[in-house]
Design a protein around this ligand. Sequence first.
Ligand SMILES: *[C@@H]1O[C@H](CO)[C@@H](O)[C@H](O)[C@H]1NC(C)=O
Ligand SMILES: *[C@@H]1O[C@H](CO)[C@@H](O)[C@H](O)[C@H]1NC(C)=O
Ligand SMILES: *[C@@H]1O[C@H](CO)[C@@H](O)[C@H](O)[C@H]1NC(C)=O
Ligand SMILES: *[C@@H]1O[C@H](CO)[C@@H](O)[C@H](O)[C@H]1NC(C)=O
Ligand SMILES: *[C@@H]1O[C@H](CO)[C@@H](O)[C@H](O)[C@H]1NC(C)=O
Ligand SMILES: *[C@@H]1O[C@H](CO)[C@@H](O)[C@H](O)[C@H]1NC(C)=O
Length: 409
Amino acid sequence: MQLLIYIFGFFSIKLAYAQTGITQPLFDDCGPSVVCISRYGNVLPYHFYRNVTTMNAVTTFGDTTVGSGNKLQDVKLADFIVYDREKGLKILGSNPSYEYVFAVSEAVHEAPVYVPSQNKLYLSQLAPGYLPQLVIDLNKNPPTLSEFLSDPPVYAPNGGTFHNGKIIWGASGGNRSIGGSEQRVSLRILDPETNKTTNLVNNYFGYYFNTIDDLAVHPTTGDIWFTDPQYSWFNDLTDTPPQLPCASYRYNGSSGAVVVVDDSIGQPNGIAFTPDGSIVYISDTASVSASVDPADGHPGSTFNTTHRRTIYAFDVSADGAHAYNKRAIYLAPGFVPDGLKVAANGYIVTGCGRGVDILDPSGQLLVTIQTNYTVQNFAWTGPELKTLWLMGNGGISKVEWELAGQVLK
Ligand SMILES: *[C@@H]1O[C@H](CO)[C@@H](O)[C@H](O)[C@H]1NC(C)=O
Ligand SMILES: *[C@@H]1O[C@H](CO)[C@@H](O)[C@H](O)[C@H]1NC(C)=O
Ligand SMILES: *[C@@H]1O[C@H](CO)[C@@H](O)[C@H](O)[C@H]1NC(C)=O
Ligand SMILES: *[C@@H]1O[C@H](CO)[C@@H](O)[C@H](O)[C@H]1NC(C)=O
Ligand SMILES: *[C@@H]1O[C@H](CO)[C@@H](O)[C@H](O)[C@H]1NC(C)=O
Ligand SMILES: *[C@@H]1O[C@H](CO)[C@@H](O)[C@H](O)[C@H]1NC(C)=O
């Protein structure tokens, strides 16, 4: 009797310690620098832990330690992490490659726009007082990176797209006198054949916009939809504190009207349409924020892990005028979903901290491209739009894969 109790006691202690359902294998190698994660790593062995991200230390899934101290080194170091084996490996194709091409400053690098007729990729570097943009000449082998100054200059484009043979910039800088003229947050057009720029809209009934950040042209109406968060004040790119709430707008080129389409998002940032224009995605990067109190000056911004970093989908009304039925579809784990674009096949692509995430339209993560710098934005280039250039703080890199971008008209 005494012995039996002892044996049962022994087994019940064992059972209390057994962990069930552990995902096995957690991952396996499934291509050149490609790691496939099983079932999204749903059940990790105890004790596991992932540090929260800070501005200076953005963590990735591979930074998680599992089973009391094992690091996921293979996951951390892979160029590509596949979460959906069927769809993910199809995106990558048989010979995916990742290449770090240009070392650049720690400043934000944004607004990439590919001009197919020139085979050049224009982009911006955001720094107080810095006026040129950058251009990558893809006709050269290897490609070259140089400064580009338009006439007149455009201060701090934070988003851009190609439309009707021109580049549309969302210029996010404001300064009473810089480079010989006044600059205000505005929508600008650059003609890449002449290098001349013109202004489309620079105010909302007399008020300055805060930070025109990212923009997209609706495929049927041609209206320019843009987001207006507050980063230019935080980051000292404008000399005036915000005069307007954070909001997203639609600029109607025929009437000139600027109409609000959403004012519910904390810091509206990336914006993109599905190829048919029936859905608009807008990201909320409120996790990266700061005080707008003018007394606090330009505070920079910090990452707060309990604040929103979510992509929302909205239906676009049939007349192209309104966005409604807002729903959350993706909470970015490691950092904020910054640049946002939709591939030709409808997959959603977003620059999120140390790389780029690819989602299906329901918001399921299919693949992550991993970088060793924080990515702000990206653009497709090449005859088939199957090369993806990524850019951010300290790097510009390039991916060859099978996921084509939308042809921008
Ligand atoms: C979390 O960050 C701390 C401080 O940088 C570090 O000591 C620790 O090893 C990190 N933990 C993990 C699991 O990476
Ligand atoms: C305007 O830009 C110049 C050049 O960077 C800078 O010295 C000046 O402080 C800026 N003005 C304001 C009001 O921010
Ligand atoms: C536009 O700028 C580029 C790069 O600086 C230059 O090569 C080109 O000649 C310029 N085009 C015109 C029409 O000035
Ligand atoms: C993050 O935000 C929460 C809620 O506003 C706040 O309580 C917390 O102190 C913030 N954390 C940091 C690190 O700023
Ligand atoms: C844009 O403005 C024109 C002219 O007022 C109007 O006919 C059209 O309906 C507007 N577009 C949208 C999407 O509201
Ligand atoms: C990222 O990797 C590239 C190529 O391996 C290297 O040249 C660069 O210095 C690295 N950048 C950082 C921030 O580690």
